[in-house]
Design a protein around this ligand. Structure first.
Ligand code: PXP
Length: 248
């Protein structure tokens, strides 16, 4: 079974910094600390309203880290231009509405097919590996394939919400939806990642799905870091993922 990679999302280090408008805590320092703790890559989302990560953060992180940068972005002309200039290893296309606290649903790869395909083509031509953040549904995966994205990231938000709400039946149904989607993605030749709302236990369980080869995790890890430090939080996450993979 392939090793499961951990991408650490450092957006909320910038959220804390921006609460005071100064320079600390520095997301670039967090990115380097995450890599030292065992992250396989860094994920950062440059939002249209720049509510956390800034353009300068992206440039600084890109220059500082020796591991892949996964640049989360909306499929807008502005973001495509920034990505093509910055040339991160990967770009993950996500939906974006100003009022959202976070990325609430998967990308509309069916209704927005041609728009997403055009952004994907421009990014791919710039040498950037494109991933599409989609709902764990067959139709979305098939649209991702027809868009010619090499990677999909399955949205784990509905599962995470059901787990945290203690809705056992719904959580199990959502988990089976993720499992089936991962398997279908592999059948279509799509590399499969997953993320959103994951904690240690959820990451351990998801690690048992062999077709998933990368998890992108942010909010929980930055929250844990307040209590145990970023290094310990990432090492505990890595251990949970390895345990889940090993048991599968
Ligand atoms: N993957 C994608 C595509 C996301 O948009 C997010 C949230 O920014 C994450 C992963 C990480 O989610 P969380 O911060 O809830 O771990």
């Amino acid at each position: 079974m392939r090793r499961l990679r951990l991408g650490v999302n450092i957006d909320h280090v910038a959220t804390v910094r921006n609460a005071r408008g100064g320079r600390v805590p520095d997301p670039c320092r967090a990115a380097l600390a995450a890599i030292a703790a065992g992250a396989d890559g860094i994920t950062a989302h440059l939002r249209e309203d720049r509510r956390h990560i800034s353009d300068a953060d992206i440039a600084a992180i890109r220059a500082a880290i020796g591991k892949p940068l996964n640049f989360e972005m909306a499929a807008t002309d502005e973001m495509v231009a920034i990505a093509c200039r910055t040339r991160p290893h990967a770009a993950c296309l996500v939906p974006e509405k100003r009022s959202e606290r976070t990325t609430e649903g998967g990308l509309d790869v069916i209704g927005g097919h041609d728009h997403v395909a055009a952004a994907t083509a421009r990014l791919t031509a710039a040498g950037i590996r494109v991933s599409l953040f989609v709902e764990p549904a067959k139709a979305a995966l098939e649209a991702a394939r027809s868009i010619r994205a090499p990677v999909v990231e399955l949205h784990t938000g509905a599962w995470a919400e059901a787990v945290l709400a203690g809705e056992t039946g719904k959580a199990e149904a959502e988990f089976q939806r993720l499992r089936a989607a991962a398997s279908h993605a592999a059948t279509l030749g799509l590399e499969c990642h997953a993320g959103h709302g994951l904690d240690y236990d959820m990451a351990r369980k998801l690690a048992g799905v062999p077709e998933i080869i990368e998890l992108n995790i942010g909010h929980f890890l930055i929250g844990e870091a307040i209590f145990v430090g970023l290094d310990a939080a990432i090492k505990t996450m890595r251990a949970a993922m390895d345990e889940g993979r090993g048991a599968a």
